[in-house]
Design a protein around this ligand. Structure first.
Ligand SMILES: [Ca+2]
Length: 171
């Protein structure tokens, strides 16, 4: 009964590890309730002031140049990056929360919109070249470069959830 022996050995090891923890730590944490779309909008407005709610699931900054889009249960796939913009996505494969920029020039910070350490995929449908950086490295580290009309369904493990800022070069 090799399997049973192995299982027993594992249980014994686990038992030792768990036994060292206080009783409360063994309880499974309840998953936090997922906030409603409006709840997420409200939280965005409170934590990152300066925006206005521009639709049931969008907050817009800088006179429409920057938009945060929250996925909705009704239409979670309505997340395409539209022409002449460049987009950062919270999830891989262009899913989850989306941050859209319509402008160009200079440094901008994803952290200003609650998007630091979040980007997992991106789509550049503008004519700009966008250089994306991790500000928590010293000196700041370039993670990737976005050519016009390029995209990435997954930024890869080395860059996943690390982007904080970008520098945009205009044509
Ligand atoms: Ca970072």
């Amino acid at each position: 009964m090799r399997i049973r022996t192995a299982a027993y050995g594992l249980a014994a090891m686990t038992g030792v590890a768990i036994g060292a923890l206080p009783a409360q730590a063994q309880e499974k944490p309840k998953p936090a309730p997922r906030p409603s779309v409006q709840g997420q909008v409200d939280e965005q407005l409170a934590k990152f002031p300066g925006g206005t709610q521009s639709s049931p699931n969008e907050v817009t900054y800088s006179n429409g140049r920057v938009t945060v889009t929250f996925p909705t249960p009704v239409d979670p796939a309505a997340q395409a990056c539209v022409a002449n913009t460049y987009c950062f996505y919270d999830g891989a494969n262009f899913t989850g929360r989306k941050l859209t920029f319509r402008d160009c020039g200079g440094w901008q910070y994803l952290t200003d919109y609650g998007f630091g350490n979040k980007t997992s995929s991106w789509h550049n449908k503008s004519k700009n070249n966008v250089q994306v950086y991790d500000e928590e490295a010293s000196p700041r580290k370039q993670l990737w470069s976005e050519q016009p009309d390029a995209s990435s369904v997954n930024v890869g493990s080395a860059a996943y959830n690390k982007a904080d800022s970008f520098l945009t070069y205009c044509p």
